[in-house]
Design a protein around this ligand. Structure first.
Ligand code: ADP
Ligand code: MG
Length: 332
């Protein structure tokens, strides 16, 4: 979609940039003579990007109940896990957890635990506690780097090791920080979790075929309206009009992390949103886009972020060491 058209429809700059994201549904190739079922689609602004949900069913009532439930599931994840709202679980933790334990919901706890486990298995390449550095770089709003050195004191701190997740004396999940610089940021994993939750809501509403795509992190349920597996395209980082890969997916997740969707250019250098925790600055690498496939969008999302900038050998080792049955699909 041309940018001007998006602007006409009232999308913000942030959403326009993210619509350039990695993976999306490429046009299905209709099979002559095969009966196409009906595809219902809904698009809503979500998690700083756009959620695009589709269900394949001839039952109108079921389609709308299912889409409502899926959007509600996504919204719940957004509401509890955004770092932009001081009332969310993550917002309250970031305000108070350096002073003492802060109660969080069980689902936020689970996502934080998965994020910390990705931090450990990636030896800190994935660090969900770098919210301060992420906020400093704020690449969707900036057009020049933050003042020299403002981020240097956050470099190499392994802040994920300074978070405790546990239970309060009355058995409620709590989080506390052992370092005042910890700020939880689930931006690299929560969209994937939201996709998984939305897919569960669709299934519970009786949908067997459908697709949930939140800014390039997606899950394809069953088959497309043509009866074929969903065909997912991975956009070229350098030419948004062309594809570097197409993946046929049936009951599976695809997640992409790229340096081209949220970034600014300054004096010939691209500053993107994927930080290297060793420098607390955008990772310097020749890689522009990483796509991971698997059964769980949460894990595929975290993996795509964790593996951005890893060598193929490092990536293979990391995925082998994890139980999530993920595969590295493309790195360009
Ligand atoms: P997208 O938001 O485009 O889907 P990702 O899933 O790769 O991209 O997540 C990028 C987000 O993750 C950043 O916007 C930031 O919030 C957070 N982040 C950046 N660097 C790291 C990192 N090294 N480890 C964990 N999270 C990160
Ligand atoms: Mg990710």
């Amino acid at each position: 979609m041309p940018r001007s058209l998006l602007h006409d429809r009232g999308f913000s700059r942030r959403e326009v940039l993210v619509l350039g994201a990695g993976a999306f549904v490429a046009a299905a190739l209709p099979f002559a003579g095969r009966r196409r079922r009906r595809l219902r689609r809904r698009t809503v602004p979500m998690m700083g990007t756009v959620a695009d949900l589709s269900v394949v069913t001839d039952d109108d009532g079921r389609a709308s109940v299912a889409l409502d439930a899926a959007v509600r599931a996504l919204r719940l994840v957004e509401t509890s896990m955004t770092r932009f709202d001081p009332r969310s679980d993550v917002g309250r933790a970031n305000l108070g957890a350096a002073a003492g334990p802060v109660a969080i919901g069980p689902e936020t706890r689970t996502v934080i635990e998965h994020a910390l486990s990705w931090a450990t298995s990636s030896d800190g390449a994935f660090d969900p506690c770098l919210g301060r550095a992420v906020a400093l770089w704020d690449v969707t709003e900036r057009d020049a780097p933050p003042p020299d050195g403002s981020w240097a004191r956050l470099a190499g701190r392994r802040l994920y090791e300074r978070v405790d997740v546990g239970l309060s004396s009355d058995g409620l999940p709590v989080v506390s920080f052992a370092d005042p610089d910890v700020r939880i940021d689930l931006g690299g994993i929560a969209k994937g979790h939201g996709v998984d939750r939305a897919v569960r809501a669709l299934r519970e509403a009786g949908i067997e075929d459908g697709l949930v795509n939140v800014g390039g992190d997606l899950y394809a349920l069953g088959r497309s309206e043509d009866g074929d597996p969903w065909r997912v395209g991975v956009r070229s980082p350098t030419d948004p009009a062309s594809l570097i890969d197409t993946i046929d997916v049936e009951d599976g997740a695809v997640a992409t992390s790229g340096d081209y969707e949220r970034a600014f250019l300054h004096e010939g250098r691209t500053y993107h949103h994927l930080l290297d925790p060793r420098t607390a600055a955008p990772r310097v690498t020749d890689v522009h886009s990483v796509t991971v496939t698997g059964d769980s969008c949460l894990h595929a999302d975290a993996a795509a972020t964790a593996l951005f900038g890893a060598t193929p050998g490092e990536a293979a080792r990391l995925l082998r060491a994890r139980p999530d049955r993920l595969a590295l699909r493309t790195t360009v």
